[in-house]
Design a protein around this ligand. Structure first.
Ligand SMILES: [Zn+2]
Length: 257
C-alpha cells in the first residue's frame, strides 16, 4: 500500500514522499533540498528508488545531486538539458509506473516552458502538479504566456473531480484570500476559507486538495464561469470576456495583490 506524505522544505515547499513498505523504498517528487528527504527516509528506514521532477526551478531540483550520490535513484523529468541528473526524459502522453501504479505525463507549460505533471487514473486518482495548479491558485507565469498557462490549467481541470491534487507549496491561505477578493459571494469558497484556516491553525497541510474543490473555488479554473465574469464586472475589473482575457486579468491582479 502506497503511503503519500509531505516533507516540508525551505519556508513553504512540500516535497512529496511516496513510500512503499513492501519494497522498503520510496519515490520523492521535486526534491529541492536533500537534507529533509534523507532525514525522513532514515526515520522510515527506506531507500530512495526514484524521483519525479516537474520543472527546473531550484527549489524543485536542488537536492538531486546529493540524492543521486547517496541512493542512485531513477530520476524522471522533463525534456530540459539544463536539469542535471535526469535519467528518463518524459513527454506528453508518456506512461511510467511507480510501485505498480501507472502515471501519465501531461505537459503543462506556462509557469516554466518545461513544466510537466504526473497523473494516475483509477479508483483514487492522483496528480502531482508542481507549481502549475496550487490549492486555490496557480503558479506565476514566468516563461510562457497567459493563454498557454490557461490551456495547461484546463487540461488539469478536465481530470476527474475526485483527483487529489498534490502541489508543491503551502500557499493556500494567501491564494484563498485573493480568491475571496475576486468572488466575494462564492459560498463554496467561504466554506473552504474556514476549513483551510482551521487546518493551518492545527499546523497541518492544506494539501492535497481535489479537482472538484478547485473547480468550485479556484478563480484560475473559473475563468469561463459567468459567476466569475460577473464578479469582475461588478468591481469594474472586467477587461474582456473570453476565458483567456479573464485569466490574463485575474493573473495580473494576483501578481499585484
Ligand atoms: Zn517553480
Amino acid at each position: 500500500m502506497l503511503d503519500i506524505q509531505p516533507i516540508e522544505a525551505f519556508s513553504d515547499n512540500y516535497i512529496w514522499l511516496l513510500a512503499d513498505a513492501d519494497s522498503g523504498t520510496a519515490f520523492v517528487v521535486d526534491p529541492g533540498d536533500a537534507a529533509p528527504v534523507v532525514a525522513r527516509l532514515e526515520e522510515l528506514g527506506l531507500a530512495l528508488a526514484g524521483v519525479l521532477v516537474t520543472h527546473h526551478h531550484f527549489d524543485h531540483v536542488g537536492g538531486l545531486a546529493a540524492l543521486r550520490e547517496r541512493y542512485e535513484p531513477l530520476v524522471y523529468g522533463p525534456d530540459n538539458p539544463a536539469i542535471e541528473g535526469i535519467d528518463r526524459v518524459l513527454r506528453q502522453g508518456d506512461s511510467i509506473e511507480v510501485f505498480g501504479l501507472p502515471f501519465t505525463v501531461l505537459e503543462v507549460p506556462g509557469h516554466t516552458l518545461d513544466h510537466i505533471a504526473y497523473f494516475h487514473d483509477g479508483d483514487n486518482p492522483l496528480l502531482f502538479c508542481g507549481d502549475t495548479l496550487f490549492a486555490g491558485g496557480c503558479g506565476r507565469v514566468f516563461e510562457g504566456n497567459p493563454p498557454m498557462m490557461l490551456q495547461s490549467l484546463k487540461s488539469l481541470a478536465a481530470l476527474p473531480a475526485a483527483t487529489r491534487v498534490y502541489c508543491a507549496h503551502e500557499y493556500t491561505l494567501a491564494n484563498l484570500a485573493f480568491a475571496r477578493a475576486v468572488e466575494p459571494d462564492n459560498d463554496a469558497l467561504a466554506a473552504r476559507v474556514s476549513a483551510a484556516e482551521a487546518t493551518r491553525a492545527r499546523g497541518e497541510p492544506t494539501v492535497p486538495s481535489d479537482i472538484g474543490l478547485e473547480l468550485a473555488t479556484n478563480p484560475f479554473l473559473r475563468c469561463g464561469e459567468g459567476a466569475l465574469r460577473d464578479a469582475l464586472a461588478g468591481q469594474g475589473r472586467l477587461e474582456g470576456t473570453t476565458p483567456a482575457e479573464v485569466f490574463t486579468t485575474v493573473r495580473g491582479w494576483k501578481d499585484n495583490f
